[in-house]
Design a protein around this ligand. Structure first.
Ligand code: SAM
Length: 273
């Protein structure tokens, strides 16, 4: 491995209000539950159950439901409500400090299904955290901001395509299931939301170069307006970077978002392996 490959970027989440927008429309809640591909014998992990509006419906859909809630008051109420339901366990903790591998071990499950109406202020860190544990996660279905949903499913060449698209598409085949208006929540968020389905299907399951590839992709997309070549110059010499692009018949002005995932990986392989 070339030691000039860039190091990891630290994502530092803010937590001002815990992203608390609670679903209040029962038709939408039911529509979401109907859209989940969870299996009856499966471990389901819910991120941020809040007041439990989804938890009540989800408990009937799985063998075991572990719901992770950071807010102590909400967790206490839920624990009291579900104390006699052996299927449901409320875990008062930060999802970003929760190991999905340990959860699977604890419930003797090979892997789990992850659902969440995500706190939007940490959408990206949560997706990174969950998908980095891809070996323990079979399927993810989450509600995110519409604009983020579009980035997750974006194709190369489109405006929405960027590092987040590459990251998520390395692990999953994302699909937007349907949009959800602000009025479905209390209090209503300022933005539209969407339910996104992320069946886990790693594109490059060979783990070590996979991690390095993602670090490389961060570098390639570091400055969206810059060419790929200019972004690469922060870690590679001009001659190395130009040679790698030329060998793949890619011009010096090409930008990272114009490359398919496989083309970006080929550039990575030439420079880093
Ligand atoms: N699932 C509920 C619903 O649909 O009505 C609540 C969804 S609300 C958008 C997000 C929930 O995530 C809140 O209950 C919030 O307290 C919780 N939360 C925020 N940050 C969290 C974190 N780091 N770990 C676990 N839960 C968190």
């Amino acid at each position: 491995m070339n030691d000039k490959c860039p190091g990891p970027t630290v994502l530092s989440p803010r937590r001002p209000k815990l992203g608390q927008h609670f679903l209040r429309d029962p038709h939408i809640c039911q529509r979401i539950v109907n859209a989940l591909a969870v299996r009856p014998a499966e471990l389901l992990v819910e991120i941020g159950p809040g007041h439990g509006v989804m938890t009540r419906l989800l408990a009937h859909r799985c063998h075991k439901l572990a719901a992770i809630e950071i807010d102590p008051a909400l967790a206490r109420n839920l624990r009291s409500e579900f104390r006699e339901d052996a299927r449901v366990e409320i875990l008062e903790q930060d999802v970003l400090h929760t190991s999905f591998t340990d959860l699977c071990e604890r419930y003797q499950a090979r892997d789990c299904y992850v659902f969440g109406n995500l706190p939007y202020y940490i959408t990206s860190p949560i997706l990174h955290h969950v998908l980095e544990a891809w070996k323990s996660v079979r399927h993810v279905t989450v509600m995110v901001q519409q604009e983020v949903a579009e980035r997750l499913v974006a194709s190369p060449g489109s405006r929405a395509y960027g590092y987040l698209s590459v990251f998520v598409q390395c692990f999953t085949r994302p699909q937007i299931l349907f949009g959800i208006p602000p009025g479905a929540f209390s209090p209503p968020p300022k933005v539209r939301s969407a339910l996104v389905d992320l069946p886990v299907s790693p594109r490059y399951p060979d783990e070590a170069p996979f991690t390095a590839f993602l670090k490389f992709a961060q570098l390639a997309f570091a400055h969206k307006r810059k060419s790929l070549l200019n972004n690469l110059l922060s870690s590679f010499s001009r001659s190395e970077a130009e040679a790698a692009l030329e060998a793949l018949a890619l011009g010096p002005r090409i930008r990272a978002e114009q490359l398919s995932l496989d083309q970006l990986r080929e550039v990575f392989q030439r420079l880093c392996l």
